[in-house]
Write a protein that binds this ligand. Sequence first.
Ligand SMILES: Nc1ncnc2c1ncn2[C@@H]1O[C@H](COP(=O)(O)OP(=O)(O)OP(=O)(O)O)[C@@H](O)[C@H]1O
Ligand SMILES: [Mg+2]
Length: 361
Amino acid sequence: MTSTDLLRPHAEQAYADELAALAAQDDRPRPPSWRLSPRAVVDYLLGTTLPDGTVITPKYVGPRRLMEVAVATLATDRALLLLGVPGTAKTWVSEHLAAAVSGDSTLLVQGTSGTSEDAIRYGWNYARLLAEGPSREALVPSPILTAMAEGRVARVEELTRIPSEVQDALITILSEKTLPIPELGTQVQAVKGFTVIATANDRDRGVNELSSALRRRFNTVVLPLPATEDQEVEIVARRVAELGASLELPPVPSAMEEIRRVVRVFRELRSGATADGRTAIKSPSGTLSTAEAISVVTSGMALATHFGDGVLRAADVASGIRGAVVKDPVGDQVAWTEYLEAVVREREGWGDFYRACRDDE
Ligand SMILES: Nc1ncnc2c1ncn2[C@@H]1O[C@H](COP(=O)(O)OP(=O)(O)OP(=O)(O)O)[C@@H](O)[C@H]1O
Ligand SMILES: [Mg+2]
């Protein structure tokens, strides 16, 4: 099986060629255990053309400085916390950072309310534990313990969903860079290159706050929503093309027009005003993230490919948009209908879009 058979290869698999080309041409100093220099890691994220002509595609679209701060943090003894509203590429950036720095983005702890200390420290293979007693062989290391032992980047997704007392298991790891294993009378000391990238959603309600003791171990980088419509269109177009290729959807010609409309609708509803700033509109309760725009367009492409004429049309994105906008069937439906009537209906060149959305209801 090759990585093209996989539904979703890891970043280090999908971009293996780019990473190899960067490493080959990177003559700057690399921190201990790093595969690339910090500068090359930022080039990998933001995209560039190498002296030999190899094109490095942009993964992150946004301020270069943010990525420089993030990468510089990883080169210190502090951990990195990526914070932001949903769909601002926190997980995406964390995966690519780990792939570029350690060549491995898979040392991952998914934070949930059920995450236990074992998932952060280590557990046991109980059959062996009972048969042989505590031993190295019976120990099941967490991804974090593995990252410590190998000097790699560990990732913690959705840190604030983890119960506070479990989060605190990270404090010793991050401050002492050591994980005691009392059962074996030993400890694992982190090898240089070990660090943690955590992500957290600042919109999650009712989740566990980060304790201040833990927060002090992290440098926080806040990822913003795309600043302009053009930027957001670029992000959506790029990701849709990549996802379409991996789902083996044929490239859909002239999808740009629909992509721009989807992005416009999302941005207007999100901000509560039309793009020209003239008309105030009601914002629905959903987050209407860039990630959702990507999935609306990707689903539309699948519809156009399999049930349409292969051209992405308003009708292919209409139900996806409504699904993303109307999360609460009462309030959001009112906001959506108002928006259609007050804004979309009047907009020049959007007649097909208006009809497709009304037909969908
Ligand atoms: N600025 C950006 N540059 C590149 N891709 C982006 C950007 N913003 C969003 N995306 C795309 O949006 C998709 C979703 O991003 P991701 O899942 O990383 O979001 P998240 O911030 O982790 O959201 P959540 O809080 O829901 O976990 C990814 O496919 C990513 O490529
Ligand atoms: Mg995420």
